[in-house]
Structures are given as structure tokens and as C-alpha cells.
Design a protein around this ligand. Structure first.
Ligand code: MEV
Length: 318
């Protein structure tokens, strides 16, 4: 019986989401919420001649048992991701093997905090560690991008890259540059409104394609805003507001989100969407308000949760 355990962090896009899909620079940081995955290979006790896969999602108590010699195409999307990676490694797996995958995540799912990228990175990381005995970040990042494409269509690769390497990055077209970027007093406000990254990316594509000049101008303005965030971190709150206005022009804000941001701005708490938008999470800068005080301000907005998190943490690790 062989077992490996890895973990990797979620992320916050500080600035430049969506524009990064069109090759503009974005600023991203990893956060102190992680996804943990264990992969075990053991020999089956019965006389079976086909390998088995058992997947357990501990947070939702879901389990799947799959006969790997008879793969269907109707599995949930996470299982499709696992089967894609398994296919790359199946020459290492004997007919008598059973693979067990266990997943536990501190990162809320579908909130824009990179839970799916952390899943992809850990998944590829587990297979690399079990069968190649290393965690080669470059290879793992490349393959986990392909898993992300199964989940999201045409992602920029920023989410899997930050989850693999950790810390903070300026990211542009698969090129990453590590930067020393840390923010304290950063609150994550989970609106509790479900969103789909794939749908939001598609929405922006429609907008950019049907308003080409306007689209290009907004994307360039977003990149300028990101550059200012990197150079003038003391103005980051105001730059959050600018970036938020541009996200609104791209069509990824909602009335509910605009309303929350407006209430916060009255108290000088400057906030923006982080990630795909359409719901999910906001980031807000505040040095003088506690979590409960912010919850109080937003008591009519059905906020799901507020958390202050550590930024710039370690990436994929054993
Ligand atoms: C999602 O975390 C970030 C987006 O920019 C999509 C992407 O970069 O793939 C919305």
C-alpha cells in the first residue's frame, strides 16, 4: 500500500481578473485556506481483474466508486478531471489496484477563491508524487492547467499557477513574476450568491467581441490599474474602486454586489469583486472594522461569511 498527501492554497485576485484572459497583467495572491488530498494505491482483496477508483469528498460526504476498465462519460465534472489525470498515469497502475482519493477543502466551493484550481493542482500533485516521487512544479502546473480547461473552458491559467507556486504573482499569458506583495486588513466577504466562472468568462467574451473598441479600452484600463496597484500599494483601496468600475463595465457585477460595495464605501471600506464575479466573493480593505461590525453594516444583504485571511502563503506542498 502506497500513500501520498498533498495540499495547495486558494487564491485572491487583487486586480485584473477577466482582463487576464485577454493577455493583460493581473495581480494575485495565495491565501491561508488550503485543499488537502490523499491518494492511496492498494491491492484489491477479491479476485478482480480491473482497477478500481474510489473518490471521497469528505466535506459533502459524497463517494464515487468507478471501475477503471469500464469508464462511462456521464460522471460529474470533478470525476472527469480525475479520470483525465488517471489516463496519463494508467501505465503505472496494475489491474489489481484500487486507487483511493480523499478530498478535504477549507476553501469554499464556487466562491471565486480558487477551490477548483487547488483541486486540479493537488490531483496532479498526488499522481506525480506517487508515481514519479517528485513534485516538479513546472510539470504539475502545466498538466493542472489542462484539468482547469475541463472545468472552465478557456481559463487564463492564473488560478492553477498561484495554487502551484504560492506567494504573490504578477501573471500574464502563462508568464509569472514573483513579487513581494502583502496586504494586511484584507477581508473576504462571501456574498453567498452562487456563480459559474465558465459562464462569466463567456459573458465577458460576448461583450468584448460585440464591442471591440470599447472592450479593448476597458481591458487596457484594467491593466493600467493593476500596474498602479503594484507601484502604489498605498493607493490600493482607491484602485480597488477603479478596478470594480471597470469590472462593472465588463458586465460581471450585479445589483446586489453594487449595493454592498456602496454601503461599505460610505464607511470608507473600499471593496471590489475578486475572481469571476456574478456573485462569489468581494475583497475589502479595512483597518478599523471588525468582522462583526462589517456583518452588522451588511445585515440586510444576506452575507454568507466574512473572513480575514493571511496572504502570500506556500504553494503546493507535501
Ligand atoms: C477566475 O479566478 C479568474 C478569471 O479571470 C478567469 C481566468 O483568469 O481564467 C475570471
Amino acid at each position: 500500500k502506497k500513500t501520498v498527501i498533498v495540499s495547495s492554497p486558494g487564491k485572491l485576485i487583487i486586480g485584473g481578473e477577466h482582463a487576464v484572459v485577454y493577455g493583460r497583467r493581473a495581480l494575485v495572491t495565495s491565501i491561508g485556506m488550503r485543499l488537502y488530498m490523499q491518494l492511496t494505491e492498494e491491492e484489491q482483496t477479491n479476485e478482480s481483474t480491473s482497477p478500481l477508483l474510489k473518490v471521497s469528498f469528505q466535506d459533502t460526504n459524497q463517494q464515487h466508486l468507478i471501475d477503471l476498465s469500464n469508464i462511462q462519460n456521464s460522471y460529474p465534472i470533478e470525476i472527469q478531471g480525475i479520470l483525465f489525470v488517471y489516463n496519463r498515469f494508467k501505465s503505472f497502475v496494475s489491474d489489481r489496484s484500487q486507487l483511493n482519493i480523499q478530498v478535504h477543502s477549507e476553501i469554499p466551493i464556487g466562491a471565486g477563491l480558487g477551490s477548483s484550481a487547488a483541486f486540479s493542482v493537488c490531483l496532479v500533485g498526488c499522481f506525480y508524487l506517487l508515481y514519479h516521487k517528485t513534485l516538479n512544479r513546472e510539470d504539475i502546473n502545466e498538466l493542472s492547467y489542462k484539468v482547469e480547461c475541463i472545468f472552465h473552458g478557456t481559463p487564463s491559467g492564473i488560478d492553477n499557477t498561484i495554487s502551484t507556486y504560492g506567494q504573490s504573482l504578477v501573471y500574464c499569458r502563462a508568464v509569472k513574476k514573483h513579487i513581494n506583495f502583502r496586504l494586511s486588513n484584507l477581508a473576504i466577504i462571501d456574498t453567498g450568491i452562487p456563480k459559474s466562472t465558465k459562464r462569466m468568462v463567456e459573458l465577458v467574451r460576448l461583450f468584448v467581441e460585440s464591442n471591440q473598441q470599447e472592450g479593448e479600452r476597458i481591458l487596457n484600463d484594467v491593466e493600467r490599474c493593476v500596474d498602479s496597484m503594484i507601484e502604489h500599494s498605498e493607493q490600493i483601496g482607491q484602485l480597488f474602486q477603479e478596478n470594480q468600475q471597470l469590472l462593472k463595465c465588463l458586465g460581471v457585477s450585479t445589483l446586489e454586489i453594487d449595493n454592498i460595495i456602496e454601503i461599505l464605501a460610505k464607511k470608507n471600506i473600499l471593496a471590489k469583486i475578486t475572481g469571476a464575479g456574478g456573485g462569489g466573493c468581494l475583497i475589502a480593505l479595512t483597518s478599523c472594522f471588525t468582522k462583526d461590525q462589517i456583518l452588522d453594516l451588511l445585515q440586510d444583504n444576506h452575507i454568507k461569511s466574512i473572513a480575514f485571511v493571511e496572504c502570500g502563503v506556500e504553494g503546493l506542498r507535501e
